[in-house]
Structure formats: structure tokens, C-alpha cells
Design a protein around this ligand. Structure first.
Ligand code: PNS
Length: 167
């Protein structure tokens, strides 16, 4: 993000169900680009999730503790409204592969149409993380696979506990 007189406040939105090491890599890198980075969990009652919004916010809050300029929030409704509410000027998103591009392009265009002053900035996922998704992590964990190294240790622990309770 270009250096300017104004402060860079970026929102990194997502479902984070749960946060993966890919998300964490993006948070780490995003925190070096923005003055303030707000990781925002979408509260979507229509979408079935493994972890509640409260649990996701709790895990994220723990995991972002090392980054002084990163905070965690949640939102419902339009992302651009939340961006305005928080006084942010950028949306941060990650792209893992070309398959992400089309979807990301659509939402970036839609958000710009809804709020022309807000730019979406994309970071390429680190190559070590380009195959990780929350969806796949949940699938592997639910089938008893090893998710070590794919998610922060705290999330791995939570997944193990949850899966054990469902067995
Ligand atoms: O992690 P995800 O599920 O890919 O994140 C998608 C997210 C949260 C960025 C997107 O669904 C979103 O911004 N939803 C809020 C509703 C909204 O603003 N819709 C209009 C623009 S697409």
C-alpha cells in the first residue's frame, strides 16, 4: 500500500471457520503494510459454521496477540458499511490460486461500486499455504487426519476436542 499522509486502516474480512496458517501469514504481512489492521469475522447466520462467531473471534484474538496493530472484530450486513463504520480505507484479501481470482474480482468490483473510495488490496498467499483452506482443514480433521502445521496450535487443539466430542 502506497505511503501517504493519511493512516492506512485495513479490514481483513472472512469467515475464518477456523483461522488457518494461511490466514495468519496474511495477517502478519498485512500488519506490516497497514497502520492498523482489523480482522473482521463475518457473522452469517445463514451459513452453517463449525465454530460460533464468538469462538472464532476468541481464537483470532489469541492468535493475533503478537501483532500490536492488529485487532479483531465481527460484522454482519455489507462489508463496505463495516469498513465505513470502522473508519477504514482498505480491504485486504488473499489470493491462493487462479481459482480464487474470479470470485475475488467479483466482490472487489461490487465493493468498489458500493463504496468507490474503498480499495481492495490483494496479497498472494505464501506458497507454503496456497493449498490450505478452512474447508479442507475441517474435512481432514473430521476424518481423523493430521492438521498439524496447517492451523495455529490452539486451533488444532480445539479441532481435536471438537472431533473427539462428536465421535
Ligand atoms: O472467507 P470468505 O468466506 O471467503 O469471506 C467472504 C467475505 C466475508 C469477504 C464476503 O462474503 C463478504 O464480504 N460478505 C459480506 C456481505 C457483503 O458485503 N456482500 C457484498 C459484497 S460481495
Amino acid at each position: 500500500m502506497a505511503a501517504s499522509q493519511s493512516r492506512i486502516v485495513a479490514i481483513y474480512p472472512g469467515s475464518f471457520d477456523p483461522i488457518t496458517n494461511g490466514h495468519l501469514d496474511l495477517i502478519q504481512r498485512g500488519s506490516r503494510l497497514a497502520d492498523r489492521l482489523i480482522v473482521a469475522v463475518l457473522e452469517n447466520r445463514q451459513k452453517r459454521s463449525l465454530f460460533s462467531v464468538e469462538e472464532r473471534v476468541e481464537m483470532l484474538t489469541e492468535v493475533v496477540k503478537p501483532y500490536a496493530n492488529v485487532e479483531v472484530g465481527c460484522f454482519h450486513g455489507l462489508l463496505v458499511d463495516y469498513v465505513r463504520e470502522r473508519g477504514a480505507n482498505f480491504i485486504l484479501r488473499g489470493i491462493r490460486a487462479i481459482s480464487d481470482y474470479e470470485y475475488e474480482l467479483q466482490i472487489a468490483h461490487m465493493n468498489r461500486r458500493l463504496s468507490p473510495g474503498v480499495e481492495t488490496v490483494f496479497l498472494m498467499a505464501g506458497e507454503a499455504y496456497s493449498f490450505i483452506s478452512s474447508q479442507l482443514v475441517k474435512e481432514v480433521a473430521s476424518l481423523g487426519g493430521n492438521v498439524n502445521g496447517l492451523v495455529p496450535p490452539l486451533v488444532e487443539e480445539r479441532l481435536k476436542r471438537l472431533m473427539a466430542a462428536h465421535r
